[in-house]
Design a protein around this ligand. Structure first.
Ligand SMILES: [Zn+2]
Ligand SMILES: [Zn+2]
Length: 248
């Protein structure tokens, strides 16, 4: 399994990069975790011979703004968009005229799956979702394939559901919108220490921090400070940077 970080910012684009979008390549499928503006780089990696699965955590615009670029790509094996129960209706209202080209006008087939926590087995992987703790309903995903487990915990505060979803993951990709020590109960996000605590409590093998709030993290030096803060709690921490790739 290969992971490429196409976008690693939260909230908006800045000199540090694009908003969140992560590409995962396996032998049988491509996966995309969220569809921020980093999605525009996906055609550097996508090949026509495999289906594409796109997993949407929630509908905040920094996670879906890339969807208006879908007509840039060719996905002859089809695109399946996974979202939480109830979000599809809203998604179809936004990715439609007058805002954007509708899904039905794309040159390739698009399917939709709404997740309610049940496990789905398709195209060489299994996936299930769990609720996160955020200002709007949000889900994370646990993907198991090729003997490895990847957990994605996007916009969330620390919660038991995120720990359970990330249990014994080979790679936990967790958001880190807040600065070290920062918390806000009205609009929950992880900070470097709480993301590290999540990784530790879940027994994850490796943690990569992503979704750095563009206002709070104006440069990569700030991200490196977050990495140091996280490593004091969970040593196997790295920070995601746009265009970086990892093999799991
Ligand atoms: Zn976000
Ligand atoms: Zn959000």
């Amino acid at each position: 399994m290969k992971v490429v970080f196409l976008g690693t910012n939260g909230w908006y684009d800045s000199p540090t990069g694009n908003t969140v979008c992560i590409l995962v390549e396996t032998a049988r499928a491509f996966m995309l975790l969220d569809a921020g503006s980093g999605l525009h780089k996906a055609d550097r990696y996508l090949k026509a011979d495999k289906p594409v699965h796109l997993f949407l955590s929630h509908l905040h615009l920094d996670h879906i703004i890339g969807l208006h670029l879908l007509n840039k790509f060719d996905m002859p094996e089809g695109l399946t968009i996974h979202c939480q129960n109830g979000d599809l209706e809203h998604l179809k209202a936004v990715i439609a005229p007058p805002y954007s080209m509708p899904f039905s006008a794309l040159s390739y087939p698009v399917d939709f799956i709404e997740h309610d926590g049940a496990t789905l087995d398709t195209d060489g992987f299994t996936v299930r979702s769990a609720p996160m703790r955020h200002s709007v309903p949000t889900i994370g995903f646990r993907i198991e394939t090729e003997g490895k487990t990847l957990a994605y915990c996007p916009d969330t505060g620390y919660c038991d559901s995120a720990v359970e979803l990330s249990k014994d993951a080979d790679l936990l990709i967790a958001e880190c919108a807040f600065r070290p020590g920062e918390e806000d109960e009205r609009w929950p996000h992880l900070n470097p220490e709480s993301a590290a605590r999540l990784a530790h409590d879940a027994g994850a093998k490796k943690l990569v921090l992503v979704h750095f709030d563009a206002y709070r993290y104006p440069d990569l030096e700030m991200r490196r400070r977050a990495e140091s803060a996280s490593k004091r709690v969970f040593t196997e921490t790295s920070i995601a940077i746009d265009n970086q790739a990892y093999a799991i």
